[in-house]
Design a protein around this ligand. Sequence first.
Ligand code: AMP
Length: 114
Amino acid sequence: MAECIFCKIARKEIPAKIVYEDRQVVAFDDINAQAPVHTLVIPKSHFATFNDVGAEEEALLGHMMLVATRVARDKGLHDKGYRLVANCLESAGQSVFHIHLHLLGGRRFAWPPG
Ligand code: AMP
């Protein structure tokens, strides 16, 4: 989508600290990190929310998860632990309407989340 900020990052039209990329996804560090490691994994194709992803995208969703675990390993979190978060719609905290996984690590997290 032309105006979507994460589409622009995927197309390299605006800068981001990209830590992983392949044909389907891009992973880049969050601009407002909430933990020592805070990386976002996005698909290159645009879906506004997880409600907009159909069953035909099952492999893409699985790939996003596997990329998140790969980045976690690359960032030294594999043995320490980490959190994967996906917010869907405003009440859950979604602020960018292009689906993404948050990979968070490097500190202890509370449960339940706020
Ligand atoms: P959410 O609130 O779950 O939609 O998460 C959106 C995340 O995107 C937030 O953690 C923001 O800090 C992050 N974010 C927004 N714009 C950028 C950007 N240009 N580069 C990196 N991260 C961004």
